[in-house]
Design a protein around this ligand. Structure first.
Ligand code: CP
Length: 326
């Protein structure tokens, strides 16, 4: 099976480190390609040869369900040899550093290295100092999670037909969220109006410089919105208490049916996962008819296929996609 669109024009960067590196054209182009993959993924024969002979290593220093498994599926669907390096059973447990681990893996000549790390900027450091291959940021600290923002944008675009002019509320732990940061960048680039909603303790100072509207009151922040994106409390990045209790947080900042009714009647409910039901989102809403949380997971595979394909193509001077008959 050949790849889905002949006119694919991959972005020219050697790595995908953040949405901040992409133009609106790059984002739209990746979304177009990912949309084509999403259509192809629904067909019974969804195995391709675009990355045949390429090696992809997934190196996750933080836990993951969605991102790691969808990068693995995406690589395999494109025909790559995919290896998941389990940090829990690696020499990281014996004190090996991020850079030494990366140098070791780089010596095995992978084509694609997908990395998640708790340190903001760690993936960029590895890409600039160590890797001779394409590096994908699968989430670095509270900095960026670019493929999450791309899959969120694709989910919105498929449901609403556009992103330009939509009103999107991003609610919850904005301060510790790489998902919030990447989404603010991509949604702003694509012409959406973004509201951020959080208590002062979870709102970064100077966030308004990113061009968002800042709300401490959730009812006001979600009013009239086309999309409500909920975020969990990222307790692993907190030192000390940022909210009095989970129950109190839900009272003031949880998405329930009453608050959802303040948004537009056809508003989408989104969550990158993992969800903490009863803390930032009520089960009735998470599992309700306006929820597109499962669509987000499905679009994750398509977006990661588009990203892996584009980066592999850059590695090989554009011959990769061409050779596959695209
Ligand atoms: N959205 C997301 O990054 O989920 P995982 O932590 O399960 O990969």
């Amino acid at each position: 099976m050949t790849s889905p669109a002949a006119e694919f024009d991959p972005f020219s960067k050697p790595h995908l480190l953040g949405i901040s590196d992409l133009s609106a054209f790059d984002i739209e182009n990746l979304l177009d390609r990912a949309n084509a993959w999403a259509e192809r993924n629904a067909l019974p024969d969804n195995k391709h040869a675009i990355l045949r002979g390429r090696t992809q290593i997934n190196l996750f220093f933080e836990s993951s369900t969605r991102t790691q498994s969808s990068f693995e599926i995406a690589g395999k669907r494109l025909g790559a040899d995919v290896m998941n390096m389990s940090v829990a059973s690696s020499s990281v447990k014996k004190g090996e550093t991020l850079l030494d681990t990366a140098v070791t893996l780089n010596a095995m000549r992978p084509d694609l290295l997908v990395v998640r790390h708790s340190g903001s900027g760690a993936v960029e450091l590895l890409a600039r100092k160590v890797a001779n291959c394409a590096v994908v940021n699968a989430g670095d600290g509270s900095h960026e999670h670019p493929t999450q923002a791309l899959l969120d944008a694709l989910t919105i675009r498929r449901r609403k037909g556009r992103i330009q002019g939509l009103k999107v509320a991003i609610c919850g732990d904005i301060a510790h969220s790489r998902v919030a940061r990447s989404n603010i960048l991509s949604l702003a680039a694509l012409g959406a109006q973004v509201n951020v909603v959080a208590p002062s303790t979870l709102m970064p100072t100077a966030i308004d410089r990113m061009g968002v509207n800042v709300f401490r009151n959730m009812d006001e922040g979600v009013e009239g919105c086309d999309v409500i994106m909920m975020l969990r409390l990222q307790r692993e990045r907190m030192s000390g208490a940022f909210v009095p209790s989970s129950r109190e947080f839900f009272h003031y900042y949880g998405l329930d049916s009453r608050r959802l009714a303040l948004a537009k009647p056809d508003a989408l409910v989104m969550h990158p996962g993992p969800m903490n039901r009863g803390v930032e989102i009520d089960s009735v809403v998470a599992d309700g008819t306006q929820s597109v949380i499962r669509d987000q997971v499905e679009m994750g595979v398509a977006v990661r296929m588009a990203v892996l394909e584009a980066l592999a193509d850059n590695l090989h001077g554009g011959d990769n996609v061409k050779a596959a008959g695209a």
